[in-house]
Write a protein that binds this ligand. Structure first.
Ligand code: GAL
Ligand code: CA
Length: 346
């Protein structure tokens, strides 16, 4: 009994002290501070750098006299072990919401455990964990886009270009000889984009002949290197290059430039992302089209969710699919409407 009384008195005392401190110093309480820890797989990735820049901007717009927002960003340089350590450090430093772009999308368990111990929400983004991992506890979310949609759109862009321009079938055999540059093996945006782009071409009656494919891990330099190999093998037989992202499409163009191919001997190139350099290539007529990966939309959704999850306010305004997922739509980008996208960028 006595112990209970002492305990009760203690609690009342603490509560008074807390409110006193809050009044006196006018400081923001823990819930009014959003400390975001961002962990991403590799700083050499063009699209992610642009997405994270947008995310920082979006977060700033939430700052006010009543809400302090800070962001810490860590690059894992392609190592899941490094990323696990970085997440632990950010949590130890007091981050109260995490945004994680996994290195290995099949291996989030360490990070999920760390967040569970401290009851901190995690917003995974761009590299989608498998559903079982996301479903294992509350406070886990995913923001991204549907790979299938981007593949279909890339296929449709290619269908339109091939129908409008009979010079694309350079050897006039009624078939389009193509190669694919793929992102990382095991990434949701690699194989699914390729499959859907190719299926869309076929279901629209375009006869195709696949010459080859190479994995270039989203990377421009690797894509240039792989493309040089394919050109070495097929010379001017290649009529279409489908790349899983803009950087790899640009790498393919670099290869042709390096080998001094004339304009009329070039294939058509299609990318995905609409990065700054990707959009410029479409504007300059070098890339036939791309698919806009809505980094502004994704960044906005992440910022809104991060603030809501950290403060506990505004969650009810957020619309999820399956209670945890937010997918932003892709958009086709052709030279005709490139100005709209370049304006948005400016
Ligand atoms: C894709 C994007 C690629 C690359 C990759 C990294 O969505 O199209 O360019 O950034 O994510 O996970
Ligand atoms: Ca042909």
């Amino acid at each position: 009994m006595r112990r209970r009384k002492i305990l009760a008195a203690g609690i009342v005392f603490c509560m008074c002290m807390r409110s006193l401190c809050a009044c006196e110093s006018q400081q923001l309480s823990g819930e009014d501070k959003v400390r975001v820890g961002v962990a991403y797989y590799n700083q050499s990735d063009t699209f992610l750098n642009e997405l994270i820049a947008c995310f920082k901007e979006e977060l700033q717009s939430f700052e006010s006299d009543d809400l302090e927002v800070t962001v810490t960003v860590r690059d894992a340089a392609g190592s899941q072990r490094t990323q696990d350590d970085q997440v632990k450090e950010m949590l130890d430093a007091g981050c109260n919401v995490l945004c994680v772009n996994l290195v290995d999308r099949a291996d989030p368990s360490e990070i999920i455990d760390l967040a569970r111990e401290r009851d901190i929400p995690i917003i995974f983004f761009n590299r989608e964990p498998v559903a079982e991992d996301l479903m294992q506890q509350d406070g886990l979310y995913y923001v991204g886009a549907e790979a299938e949609e981007s593949g279909i759109m890339q296929g449709e862009l290619a269908v339109d270009a091939i129908r409008q321009n009979d010079r694309i079938d350079r050897n006039k055999d009624g078939k389009i000889q193509y190669v694919v540059l793929e992102g990382e093996a095991g990434h949701q945006d690699a194989i699914i984009r390729t499959e859907n782009a190719v299926e869309t071409l076929k279901s629209n009656g375009i006869a195709l002949e696949k010459l080859s494919y190479q994995i270039a891990n989203w990377n421009r330099a690797q894509a240039q290197n792989r493309m040089e190999q394919m050109i070495g093998q097929y010379q001017n037989k290649i009529e279409l290059v489908l790349a899983n992202n803009d950087d790899m499409a640009l790498g393919a163009m670099d290869a042709y430039r390096k080998l001094n191919y004339t304009e009329s001997a070039l294939p058509v190139f299609f990318g995905i992302d609409g990065t700054d350099v990707g959009l410029q290539a479409v504007r300059d007529g070098k890339m036939a089209g791309t698919v806009y990966n809505d980094k502004e939309g994704q960044a906005e959704a992440m910022a809104k969710l991060a603030v809501a999850a950290a403060t506990g306010e505004g969650m009810e305004d957020i619309e999820f699919e399956n209670e945890k997922y937010i997918y932003l739509p892709y958009q086709k980008v052709t030279p005709d409407q490139i100005d709209e996208f370049l304006d948005e960028e400016a």
